[in-house]
Design a protein around this ligand. Structure first.
Ligand SMILES: C[S@@+](CC[C@H](N)C(=O)[O-])C[C@H]1O[C@@H](n2cnc3c(N)ncnc32)[C@H](O)[C@@H]1O
Length: 418
């Protein structure tokens, strides 16, 4: 990739070319004003965006220098500290969304936090263009701070800065005890250490901390915003041509956001959302009236079995298998294999890690890989690891096709019985 050069002049040329390409292919130039984010869907603009970010990262490494790079990485958790305090103080909700400024004294009165604490947090956030100080002692929203209060995004932020941040601290203890090999047990993770529990994250959240469980469901529903426009409904063409009444089983489908989108787009589909615990009722309660005859919710533990079989069934797993170490995944997949026939398909919608690494690696997939390690001893997998996992669950399971996104190390792995 061009931006791999160490020549600053060359980097500057790459930068200029890509600024031109970017600006000529996006509907409006990017802004820090508090307007809703516009996803970049145009291919030329997306490629130019990628190059621009790579160039910026390379310039920061080169010009910032090694000490700043490693110190920055080592203390990056204080970005989380600042975001967590902003989340707890509800700063985003208390600054006017129309972009007008608020005086520090008024913000302090609204949040019931001391002015000095707000200033300290704002110093860290405004460094990253999250909020802006418009005049001494006056703060306004930027695009970055305005999204903090959007419900699904706020839930996702809460999941990162609360249970994930608290758990990450314990990851070394868990790994050190096992010669740095992650235990093959989702109930013996850093999360378990942090929350002093033998339940896995979902068992704990759905029984011991229901607000955490509800927030997690909301966070998952907003993942498409974080992942971009690449998703089952947009990409997986065979669903369009599937015969009327074809069943899509959304395993671990949470409150059913993907199944609902699929049922809306494909009137030929009947969707069954399977999950455990309270999310099943939450999903059922929130199901739009017009979809009640085509979307149903079912309590089903995927480690215990798959009750839905028959020809042509699609078994869809989004962000499920990355949650679990290999033995758990094998159990889930072998139950599906037992319910399948040659016309059924498994659709695994997950990260597909690049074999090669480096600055052009995908930040989201790499972050999720460590997130899975921390929360449940899970992991992101390469295409070869996915193929090996399928085969180890059932000799007959093979990859039919990988619907890979051009960018982002994500895709849908379509598997069938050979
Ligand atoms: C990472 S979330 C993914 C949710 C959804 N598929 C998505 O992509 O937005 C994992 C889901 O698996 C569900 N889950 C956890 N353990 C389960 C089990 N034993 N059986 C069925 N679902 C389970 C959780 O409740 C949660 O909804």
């Amino acid at each position: 990739m061009a931006a791999k050069t160490e020549d600053l002049t060359e980097l500057s040329n790459i930068f200029s070319t890509n600024v031109k390409n970017y600006l000529s292919h996006v509907p409006t130039p990017p802004t820090l004003r508090p307007t809703p984010p516009v996803p970049v869907t145009d291919e030329v603009a997306a490629e130019a965006r990628e190059q621009l970010l790579l160039v910026c990262r390379r310039v920061i490494s080169l010009v910032g220098g090694p000490i700043e790079t490693v110190m920055g990485m080592s203390a990056a958790f204080h970005q989380t500290t600042a975001m967590k305090l902003a989340y707890d103080m509800k700063l985003a909700h208390n600054v006017p969304l129309d972009g007008s400024p608020i005086a520090l004294a008024e913000l302090a009165a609204k949040t019931r936090a001391p002015e000095e604490t707000i200033v300290r947090v704002m110093r860290a956030l405004t460094l990253q263009d999250v909020f802006v100080e418009t005049a001494p002692g006056y703060f306004a929203h930027t695009s970055g701070s305005a999204v903090i209060g959007v419900p699904g995004i706020e839930a996702l932020i809460g999941h990162w800065v609360e249970e994930s941040f608290a758990s990450a601290l314990h990851v070394s203890d868990v790994l050190r005890e096992n010669n740095f090999e992650p235990p093959e047990d989702s109930r013996n993770s850093a999360f378990n250490r942090a929350f002093n529990t033998n339940k896995n994250f979902w068992e704990y959240a759905y029984t011991d901390d229901k607000p955490m469980g509800t927030r997690f469901g909301q966070a998952m529903a907003s993942m498409d915003t974080a992942r971009g426009p690449y998703n089952l409904v947009a990409v997986y063409e065979p669903l369009r041509a599937a015969p009327k009444g074809t069943t899509l089983v959304d395993m671990g489908g949470g409150t059913g956001h993907v199944a609902i989108a699929a049922a809306r787009k494909f009137p030929n589909l009947k969707c069954v959302v399977q999950d455990i615990g309270m999310v099943v009722n939450e999903g059922r309660d929130g199901l739009p009236e017009e979809l009640k005859d085509r979307v149903e919710f079912q309590q089903n533990d995927f480690f215990k079995g798959q009750p839905i079989g028959g020809p042509g069934v699609y078994y869809y797993l989004r962000h499920i298998l990355h949650d679990h170490p290999d033995p758990g995944c094998k159990k889930i997949l072998s139950h599906i294999a037992s319910a399948m026939d040659s016309s059924s398909r498994i659709l695994i919608d997950e990260g597909i890690m690049n074999e090669r690494m480096g600055p052009e690696g995908n930040k989201m997939t790499v972050t999720l890989d460590l997130q899975m390690l921390v929360m449940c001893n899970g992991k992101e997998r390469t295409e070869a690891q996915w193929a090996a996992l399928l085969k180890s669950a059932d000799e007959r399971l093979v990859i039919e096709r990988v619907w890979r996104a051009e960018k982002g190390d994500i895709g849908i792995i379509e598997a069938r019985l050979a």
